[in-house]
Write a protein that binds this ligand. Structure first.
Ligand code: AMP
Ligand code: GLY
Length: 426
């Protein structure tokens, strides 16, 4: 089977790595890929979805897997399907679960799926009225995609009103903010759960925890994610069942009923309040770096999972996971998440330790090949992934590997999976 992976981050590298290890996969392509996906396959540049579909047709590529949300929200799946190509991901309409917070909240309300109490509006007076009904902190969200920046947790009513006004006027996020959600603040702990669906059947993946803040102890600014691990002990069988019954199953069924079957990865961002799960957000793709820790736990061949999900055939597949743990530590560049960083060569020590090579690997993200050498080019540069029998073992491997990698300005959190270790020790 020949496969194209759309995207060029650590998430797509992780999917590519799982496919590269799968004997069924012959040729692997990435669009656009990065400086390191060249070690796994070929990088492809295309001007638009039609040009990419032309390439897929010419090469006879059997399956396309889409990593990031932007092409999904822009309709890559529709273009490929209209041309009879097999592609894994939601259609443009189904991708509204991520592309429009208002669509998502109204969908949740329609199917009685638990979420924070809210209103949606484009009128400042309405926003102000609801803000006055709530107790701070108050959450203000832009409707559209804002590269992860469209959520404000306001500590006072005044701050909430200001945020809403800046969004509604278009000043803050342009058209993406001209409709907003105002919602109550949920006080609990966050958990993400991923389900892969073919529109009807679904498979829930081991629960992962992401570390969004830049600094140890969950301090500093929000980032795309500084590390993740799975499975997390923060979820037990009872909670898992609740999430499946109250959230995942009714979402897949509801999307089907609404005539927009959800095919692809449903990423449920949840808040657990007193043992009860609420949906904070949906994404329609894998999280990054969550994907990097989920892929190595997959026992079922990756090609089979994605192909069957893309061809409405999940019911004929028993998806299995290894009874292991994976921990991923992000190495980011000097100015992340504030701005660009100067490219810097990546030096990796010779890994003589056989055990380390077996239990740890790198997923490359912000890297470019310059004159045959790999350079860190900014943002999140790579993820060190350790796999072990326990979280501690997996984490030790990941951190050992992180110590073997050098580039100017390298920074990382030293406490990934700390909550899991506290739970296990108590
Ligand atoms: P979202 O993009 O909607 O997931 O929001 C980004 C982050 O804001 C979440 O991961 C939470 O940390 C926080 N957040 C969003 N909505 C709420 C809420 N209703 N209550 C508490 N925190 C929230
Ligand atoms: N790690 C969170 C995300 O990918 O949105």
């Amino acid at each position: 089977m020949d496969v194209l992976v759309v995207g060029g981050g650590g998430r797509e590298y992780a999917i590519g790595l799982a496919l590269a290890k799968d004997p069924v996969v012959k040729n692997l392509y990435f669009a656009p890929g990065n400086g390191a996906t060249l070690q796994l396959g070929q990088n492809v540049e295309a001007d638009d979805f039609d040009a990419l579909a032309d390439f897929v047709q010419e090469k006879g590529i059997d399956l396309t897997i889409v990593g990031p949300e932007a092409p999904l929200v822009e309709g890559i799946v529709d273009t490929f399907r209209n041309r009879g190509l097999t592609i894994f991901g939601p259609t443009q309409k189904a991708a509204l679960l991520e592309g429009s917070k208002i669509y998502m909240k109204n969908f949740l309300k329609k199917y009685n799926i638990p979420t924070a109490r809210y209103i949606e509006t484009s009128i400042m007076d309405e926003a102000a009225e609801f803000i006055d009904e709530l107790e701070p902190p108050i959450v203000v969200k832009a409707d559209g995609l804002c590269a992860g920046k469209g959520v404000i947790i306001a500590q006072t009513k005044e701050e909430a009103k200001e945020a809403a006004a800046r969004m509604l006027s278009g000043e803050a996020f342009g058209p993406a903010g001209q409709r907003v959600i105002i919602e109550e603040y949920l006080d609990g702990y966050e958990l993400s759960l991923f389900a892969i669906s073919d529109g009807k059947e679904y498979v829930i993946l081991p629960a992962a925890q992401d570390h969004k803040r830049l600094l140890d102890g969950d301090k500093g600014p929000n980032t795309g994610g500084m590390g993740a691990y799975a499975p997390t002990p923060l979820i037990d069988e009872k909670l898992y069942r609740k999430i499946e019954e109250r959230i995942i199953a009714p979402t897949i069924a509801g999307m089907g009923k609404d005539g927009v079957p959800f095919e692809g990865v449903l990423f449920a961002g949840l808040m657990i309040v007193d043992g009860e799960p609420y949906v904070l957000e949906y994404n329609v793709r894998f999280g990054d770096p969550e994907c990097e820790v989920l892929m190595p736990l997959l026992k079922t061949p990756a090609s089979e999972l994605f192909y069957k999900a893309a061809t409405k055939d999940l019911k004929n597949l028993k998806v299995e996971f290894k009874e292991m743990y994976a921990v991923g530590v992000v190495l980011a560049s000097a100015n992340y998440p504030y701005g660009k960083s100067k490219p810097s060569e990546i030096i990796i020590d010779d890994i003589v330790h056989e055990d380390l090579a077996k239990h740890a690997h790198i997923c490359f993200a912000g890297v470019r090949l310059i004159e045959g050498k790999l350079f860190a080019t900014g943002g999140r540069v790579l993820v060190c992934v350790g796999v072990g029998e326990t979280i501690k073992e997996a984490r030790d491997y990941a951190y050992f590997l992180a110590g073997q990698i050098h580039f100017a300005g390298k920074k990382f959190r030293s406490d990934i999976a700390y909550q899991a270790l506290e739970v296990n020790e108590s």
